[in-house]
Design a protein around this ligand. Structure first.
Ligand SMILES: NC(=O)c1ccc[n+]([C@@H]2O[C@H](COP(=O)([O-])OP(=O)(O)OC[C@H]3O[C@@H](n4cnc5c(N)ncnc54)[C@H](OP(=O)(O)O)[C@@H]3O)[C@@H](O)[C@H]2O)c1
Length: 326
C-alpha cells in the first residue's frame, strides 16, 4: 500500500531539467504534446535544444502551444526547434501518412513518447474504424505508430553508438488506475474483443494495454530500443474534459502537469533507464517501480518464461487489428 501512497504523494523529482545535458541534434516526438503533461514535456525538451515534434490532431492547438513555448524561451536561448505533426490516433488509416510526413523531415527518432490519450468519452464513442475510442486512441493507434517508427528509432540507436545503450526509447503512458483497479492478470481478452459499456473499466483496460505493449516491445525490440511504461502521476489537465465531476472529486490528489512531465522526462532521458530496465515501469515523479503488482508482472511474462502471456496476447490482438494499415 505504501508504494501506492507514494504515487499519490510522490517525493520531489530527483531528475529534473537541471540534470539533462544539451539535447542538441536529438529528435523527439510527443503525441498529445499540445496540452497537459505532453505540453510541459515539450517545453522542457525545447529548452534543452532538442528538435521536438508535437503530434496531434489540431494544428491550431499545437501552433498555440509552440508559440507559448517559444515566447518563454526565444532563440537564441534555445537552439532547438518545435514543429507540429498531424496525427489522429483514432483513425488508423491516417497514421502511415503521419509517419511518412515525419520521415520526410527526419532520418531518425531518438525518443517516442506515446503520451496522448482519452479518458471516458461519451458512451458509445468509437474510432474511425469502429473500435471503442479508448482502446483505439490509447492502444491501437500508438501500437501502429510505434511499429511504423521503429526503423527510425533503430537508426537513432545506431547513430548514438557512442552513447550509453538504451538511449533510443519508447515511453508508454499508463496510469496508477491499472494497479489500483485492473482485474487479475490486468485485463480479460474477452473485454478487449467486446469492450465493456463501463467507460472507466474500458479506460483501465486501455492503460493496462499500454503496460503490456511496453513489456512486449521491450522483448521484441531488445537490443535496438528500450521500451518502458509509466504512471505519470495525477495531474489537473484536460484529460478530465469528459468527467468534470471526477476533477472535483480527485482535486486534492491532482498535481501540476509540470510535475507529471518529470515522470515522462525521467522515462525518456534518465541514465537510470538502462537496457536492464527495459520493459520496466516508472512512477511519479521519476522512479523505477520495482514492486509492480505480481499478477501484472506474471501477465507481462511470456508463457515460455513462466508467465501467463497475457501481454503477448494483447500485442497479437493489436497487430491483427492494425495489420491492414501498415
Ligand atoms: N492527468 C492525469 O491525472 C493522468 C493520470 C494518469 C495517466 N494520464 C495519462 O497521461 C496522458 C496525457 O494526458 P493529460 O493528462 O496530459 O491530458 P490532456 O491534456 O487531455 O492530453 C491528452 C492529449 O491527447 C491528445 N489526443 C486525444 N485524442 C487524440 C487522437 N485521437 N489523436 C491524437 N491525439 C489525441 C489530446 O489532443 P486533443 O486536445 O486534440 O484531444 C491531448 O493533447 C494520457 O495518456 C493520460 O491517459 C494522465
Amino acid at each position: 500500500m505504501g508504494a501506492q501512497f507514494s504515487q499519490f504523494f510522490p517525493p520531489r523529482p530527483a531528475f529534473t531539467e537541471a540534470d539533462v545535458a544539451s539535447q542538441e541534434g536529438r529528435v523527439f516526438l510527443i503525441t498529445g504534446g499540445a496540452s497537459g503533461i505532453g505540453y510541459e514535456l515539450a517545453q522542457m525538451l525545447y529548452r534543452k535544444h532538442a528538435r521536438v515534434y508535437i503530434a496531434g490532431r489540431s494544428q491550431q492547438s499545437a501552433q498555440r502551444a509552440i508559440e507559448r513555448i517559444e515566447a518563454a524561451a526565444p532563440p537564441p536561448s534555445s537552439r532547438g526547434s518545435l514543429a507540429f505533426l498531424a496525427l489522429d490516433l483514432a483513425d488508423l488509416s491516417t497514421i502511415k501518412a503521419s509517419v511518412d510526413a515525419f520521415r520526410a523531415r527526419e532520418a531518425k527518432l531518438d525518443v517516442l513518447w506515446n503520451n496522448a490519450g482519452v479518458s471516458q468519452p461519451p458512451p458509445g464513442s468509437v474510432s474511425a474504424q469502429g473500435f471503442e475510442l479508448q482502446l483505439a486512441t490509447n492502444c491501437l493507434g500508438p501500437f501502429l505508430l510505434t511499429q511504423l517508427l521503429l526503423p527510425l528509432l533503430a537508426a537513432a540507436a545506431a547513430e548514438d553508438a557512442g552513447s550509453p545503450p538504451g538511449s533510443a526509447r519508447v515511453v508508454w503512458t499508463a496510469s496508477q488506475m491499472v494497479e489500483l483497479s485492473a482485474p487479475p492478470q490486468g485485463l480479460r481478452m474477452a473485454e478487449v474483443r467486446a469492450p465493456p459499456r463501463d467507460r472507466a473499466r474500458a479506460y483501465v483496460n486501455s492503460k493496462t494495454g499500454n503496460l503490456f505493449l511496453a513489456a512486449e516491445l521491450a522483448r521484441r525490440a531488445a537490443g535496438s530500443v528500450v521500451s518502458v511504461s509509466l504512471n505519470p502521476g495525477a495531474a489537473a489537465t484536460n484529460l478530465f474534459r469528459h468527467t468534470p465531476w471526477l476533477r472535483y472529486l480527485a482535486y486534492p490528489l491532482l498535481h501540476a502537469p509540470a510535475l507529471a512531465a518529470h515522470t515522462q522526462l525521467y522515462a525518456g532521458l534518465s541514465p537510470d533507464v538502462t537496457t536492464a530496465a527495459n520493459g520496466g515501469y516508472v512512477v511519479p515523479w521519476g522512479r523505477i517501480h520495482d514492486a509492480l503488482r505480481p499478477d501484472l508482472r506474471e501477465a507481462m511474462r511470456p508463457v515460455a518464461d513462466g508467465g501467463t502471456g497475457r501481454a503477448a496476447e494483447f500485442w497479437d490482438f493489436c497487430a491483427e487489428k492494425t495489420r491492414d494499415y501498415s
